[in-house]
Ligand binder design. Structure first.
Ligand code: MG
Length: 265
């Protein structure tokens, strides 16, 4: 727990970590206030590419938390950052929501809805998915040479108040079944989001922690980025899942309330 005191940048997963669905956890407000009081920083780090940062700010406001754009790292932002560095001059077919497309347009990318013009496909958590888009993506991957294919995240399911609905990883599985192609991945468990956050906030690995409730995305992205990786048991991970997992977090906490206690001790 001593390592927590040296952390200056806390990168929080949201659902299952700070709230569950539409219910804010009791400890969250005090946690965020304590981090700020101690002159430290936090950011919200989410794999969900269906919502824009503005949507998240509205959601947090509804839950009683004031947030601003600079406090977010999303897989959509990380994807534009990744493409700018690796594939800056492509014509992109985005299989994603309008808000994901807007993020790309804002960053100056060329988008297309035409199969023939596409040189790169981005797959997101497309909550506006249609069969036409699946058809187009298959056609592009199967008929065009040297097509680049990138996914914002590979979460298989997305939690809702009644259980799960499919997320980007499930869409990518459908495409794999038809084309045999797997995408390059940007979101958690890749280290790109924590790396982008450290760059933005000017923090080192030793000063940074990733905190989340899911091992195969949150914890693994922290381990891959070489920062303190913390699992909280307030979301989807059970003792059984933890024991079976090959990826071991640096710290396991009941919930984020324990971070407040450690910082105040
Ligand atoms: Mg979560």
């Amino acid at each position: 727990m001593n390592r927590l005191k040296n952390i200056n940048l806390f990168l929080f997963d949201m659902d299952g970590t700070l709230y569950l669905g539409d219910r804010l956890y009791d400890f969250t407000k005090e946690l965020l206030t304590t981090i700020k009081e101690q002159g430290k920083s936090y950011m919200y780090m989410t794999n969900n590419s269906s919502k824009s940062v503005k949507d998240y700010i509205k959601k947090l406001e509804r839950l009683g938390i004031k947030a601003n754009e600079e406090e977010f790292i999303t897989s959509s932002q990380a994807t534009t950052y990744y493409l700018k560095n690796k594939y800056p001059n492509e014509t992109i077919y985005v299989c994603g929501t309008q808000s994901l497309k807007d993020e790309f347009i804002k960053e100056g990318f060329t988008l297309t809805e035409k199969v023939d013009d596409t040189t790169l496909i981005v797959m997101g958590n497309d909550t506006e998915l249609t069969f036409k888009k699946l058809h187009d993506v298959c056609k592009i991957l199967l008929t065009k040479e040297n097509i680049k294919y990138v996914a914002t995240n590979l979460d298989v399911v997305c939690p809702t108040e009644f259980g799960s609905v499919p997320d980007c990883g499930s869409f990518c599985d459908m495409i794999y079944n038809c084309t045999g192609r797997r995408p390059e991945l940007v979101g958690k468990p890749e280290p790109i989001m924590p790396q982008l956050a450290m760059e933005k906030m000017n923090c080192t690995k030793d000063q940074t922690a990733v905190i989340g409730d899911r091992i195969y995305t949150d914890v693994k992205s922290g381990l891959n980025a070489g920062v303190l990786s913390i699992l909280v048991m307030s979301g989807e991970t059970t003792e059984e899942i933890l024991n079976k997992s090959e990826d071991k977090p640096d710290l396991v906490l009941k919930d984020c309330g324990e971070i407040t206690k450690a910082l105040r001790d």
